[in-house]
Design a protein around this ligand. Structure first.
Ligand code: ADP
Ligand code: MG
Length: 553
C-alpha cells in the first residue's frame, strides 16, 4: 500500500515525500479504518483523504462547510488531473444535474458536498447506488458544541455511520481540545478510530507570558528591543485596538488598527501595507489573521487575554511562518478575567457559556503555568513533548517561589477590615498606607491593617492578591464591582494553621538563552534577589507613575 500511495503522491500531486504521519494516515484510511486527524492549518490534511480516495475504488465524499474553500480545492485537484467536483448551493440546475450524472456514471474520484446538501434523503438515496471510497469530514470541529465553530447542520452527519456501515470515515480538524475530540468521535460514530495528533509544535516560536502591569509601557519596551521587526498586537475590543494603535503612532511606531468595524477599503489597505512591510505593527482584534500569509511576522503580542487556548495558538501561529525565530508574548493580568467572563456570559445559551468559561479557565491555567509553556500548549492539544523546550520564559527562567504566609495574612485581614466591600486597588492602598482622599474620607487610615504592608510595592501586593484569588482564598464579586471577599479557605491561613508559598511576581521577559549568564559563586542570595526584585518593582512603579493607564482591576 505504502508504495502505491507514494507513487500517487509523486505522480498526481508532484510532491517528493510525505510529511510526518501523512503516510500512516493515508495508509490507514486506504485500508478502510476510521480515522481522526488533528493537524494544524497548513499541515497537509487534504492529502490524507485525497490520496485514499484515489487508491480506493469508488468516489470519496468530502464534507466541507465553506463553499469558497471547496471550490479552491476542486480547482487545484482538476489542475492535477483528478476528477473532482463540488455539489453545493452555488450550482445552477444544469450544473447540478451534470455533477449527479458524473457521480452515477462512476466518473468522479472526489465529490465535495456541503453538509446540508449531503444529508437530504434524495441525495443519500443516490449515494446508496454508487460505490463509495470514503467519507471525509473536514473542519470536523463544527460537529461539536465544544468546538469553537459549532454548526447545527454538521450534527446531521452523525447519521452517516449508521447509513453506510462499511464506508470508512475520516474526520479532520485543526482545532480540538481533548473534550472536543471525544465529542467529535462520539457524534460521528467513528469506530475504533485511530487518532492522529501531529504538527502542532512550532519550535521557532518562543512563548512567554508577562504579568500585565502597565501594558502599554510593557508593549513599548518590547517593541523597542526589536525596532525593525513586523508583528501583530491582539486586543480584545475595537476600542482598545484604536487606542493602542494611536498611542503607538504617537510614540513613532508605524502602526495601524484593524478590526471588523472598519470599512472594507481600510481593512484591505492595512492588510496590504502590512504585507508590503509599509506598516510594522498591526494592532487588531481577532478579525485580523484569517488568510494573512505573511512569512516574516516576527512577533505576536497578546495585549489582552485570548478567549481560549485554540485562539491563542492560532494567533501566535501567525508568527514565524518562515521558520526563523519569532516571539509570542502574552500580557496576562487577572483583571482581564472579569472582562472576558462578562463578555462570555452576556451571550449564547447556558451550555455554550459554560463551555466557554471552561475554556477561558484553561487559558488562564496556561498563563499561570509553572512548567514549560510549549509542553503545556502542546499538551492541551494532546501532543506530547518529551523534553521541556528550553526556550520559553519558564524554561529559561523558572519561577522562584517564596514563603508568602505573612503577606497573605496581611492581605486577607485587610480585606476583612475594609468590610469585604472594596476591590484590589483599595485594599492595596490601605495596606501601603496611602493618604489618598478616598482613604481619609472613609476613615480607613484608622484601620488596624492600615500601612502594615508599606514595605512592599503596590505591584507586589497586586501579584500576591491575584494569586490569592486564583488559589481560592479570595473571590471577586464580579456582579458587584469586583469587590474582594474571603472564602472559607482563608480561615486556616488567617488563624495561622497553614503556610502558603507563592510565585514571585514577574515583570520582565526572560532573556534569550545566549544572554543568560551562569550564576556565579557569591552571587545574590535568594533573599537579596527578592529584595532586588521588589526594588525593581518600586523603581518601575515610580517610572510609570505618570502613565495614565489604569490597572485593569
Ligand atoms: P490543511 O488542510 O491541513 O490546512 P492543506 O492540505 O491545504 O493543509 O495543505 C497545505 C499546503 O501544504 C498545501 O499547499 C499542500 O499542497 C502542501 N502539502 C501538503 N502535503 C505536502 C507534502 N507531503 N509535501 C509538500 N507539500 C505538501
Ligand atoms: Mg484543509
Amino acid at each position: 500500500m505504502g508504495h502505491e500511495t507514494l507513487a500517487v503522491l509523486r505522480s498526481v500531486f508532484g510532491y517528493r515525500s510525505f510529511r510526518p504521519f501523512q503516510e500512516e494516515i493515508v495508509d490507514r484510511v486506504a485500508r478502510g479504518g476510521d480515522t481522526f486527524v488533528l493537524m494544524p492549518t497548513g499541515g497537509g490534511k487534504s492529502l490524507c483523504y485525497q490520496i485514499p480516495s484515489l487508491v480506493r475504488p469508488g468516489v470519496g465524499i468530502v464534507v466541507s462547510p465553506l463553499i469558497s474553500l471547496m471550490k479552491d480545492q476542486v480547482d487545484a485537484l482538476r489542475e492535477n488531473g483528478v476528477a473532482a467536483a463540488c455539489y453545493n448551493s452555488t450550482l445552477g440546475e444544469r450544473e447540478s444535474r451534470q455533477v449527479l450524472g458524473r457521480l452515477h456514471g462512476g466518473e468522479l474520484d472526489l465529490l465535495y458536498v456541503a453538509p446540508e446538501r449531503l444529508m437530504t434523503d434524495a441525495f443519500l438515496e443516490r449515494l446508496r447506488e454508487v460505490p463509495l471510497a470514503l467519507f471525509a469530514i473536514d473542519e470536523a470541529h463544527c460537529v461539536s458544541q465544544w468546538g469553537h465553530d459549532f454548526r447545527p447542520e454538521y450534527v446531521e452527519l452523525g447519521r452517516l455511520r449508521g447509513l453506510f456501515p462499511t464506508v470508512p470515515m475520516i474526520a479532520l480538524t485543526a482545532t480540538a481540545d481533548v473534550q472536543t475530540r471525544g465529542d467529535i468521535v462520539a457524534r460521528l460514530g467513528l469506530r475504533g478510530a485511530e487518532i492522529y495528533v501531529t504538527g502542532f509544535d512550532r519550535p521557532n516560536i518562543r512563548y512567554s507570558v508577562l504579568e500585565k502591569q502597565k501594558p502599554f509601557r510593557q508593549l513599548e519596551e518590547f517593541l523597542a528591543t526589536r525596532p525593525r521587526e513586523a508583528g501583530i498586537v491582539y486586543c480584545l475590543s475595537r476600542k482598545r485596538v484604536e487606542e493602542v494603535a494611536e498611542k503607538l503612532r504617537v510614540a513613532g511606531v508605524e502602526a495601524a488598527a484593524y478590526h471588523a468595524g472598519l470599512a472594507d477599503a481600510e481593512r484591505s489597505r492595512v492588510q496590504d501595507a502590512f504585507l508590503r512591510d509599509d506598516i510594522r505593527v498591526v494592532v487588531a482584534t481577532v478579525a485580523f489573521g484569517m488568510g494573512i500569509d505573511k512569512p516574516n511576522v516576527r512577533f505576536v503580542v497578546h495585549y489582552d487575554l485570548p478567549k481560549n487556548i485554540e485562539s491563542y495558538y492560532q494567533e501566535t501561529g501567525r508568527a514565524g511562518r518562515d521558520g526563523l525565530p519569532a516571539e509570542a508574548l502574552l500580557l496576562f493580568g487577572y483583571g482581564d478575567i472579569p472582562v472576558s467572563r462578562s463578555l462570555i456570559e452576556s451571550g449564547g445559551n447556558p451550555e455554550q457559556v459554560r463551555i466557554e468559561l471552561h475554556k477561558l479557565n484553561a487559558m488562564v491555567g496556561f498563563a499561570e503555568a509553572l512548567v514549560c509553556r510549549r509542553r503545556a500548549l502542546l499538551g492541551y492539544f494532546g501532543e506530547r513533548l518529551e523534553e521541556p523546550c528550553g526556550n520559553c520564559d519558564l524554561c529559561l527562567d523558572p519561577p522562584e517561589t517564596f514563603d508568602a504566609t505573612e503577606e497573605a495574612r496581611k492581605a486577607l485581614s485587610c480585606v476583612y477590615r475594609v468590610g469585604q466591600r472594596f476591590g484590589v486597588g483599595h485594599v492595596i492602598d490601605v495596606l501601603r498606607g496611602s493618604r489618598s482622599e478616598r482613604i481619609l474620607a472613609l476613615g480607613h487610615d484608622r484601620l488596624s491593617t492600615y500601612g502594615i504592608g508599606a514595605s512592599l510595592a503596590a505591584e507586589a501586593w497586586g501579584s500576591i492578591i491575584r494569586q490569592l484569588i486564583h488559589r481560592g482564598y479570595l473571590e471577586q464579586d464580579l456582579a458587584n464591582y469586583s469587590v474582594l471577599k474571603l472564602t472559607p479557605a482563608a480561615r486556616p491561613l488567617l488563624r495561622g494553621e497553614e503556610n502558603l508559598v507563592l510565585a514571585k511576581p514577574r515583570l520582565r521577559m526572560a532573556a534569550p538563552k545566549k544572554e543568560k549568564a551562569p550564576r556565579r559563586p557569591g552571587a545574590a542570595t535568594p533573599a537579596e534577589r527578592d529584595e532586588g526584585l521588589f526594588q525593581e518593582l518600586r523603581a518601575l512603579r515610580k517610572r510609570l507613575a505618570d502613565d495614565q493607564q489604569v490597572p485593569p482591576y
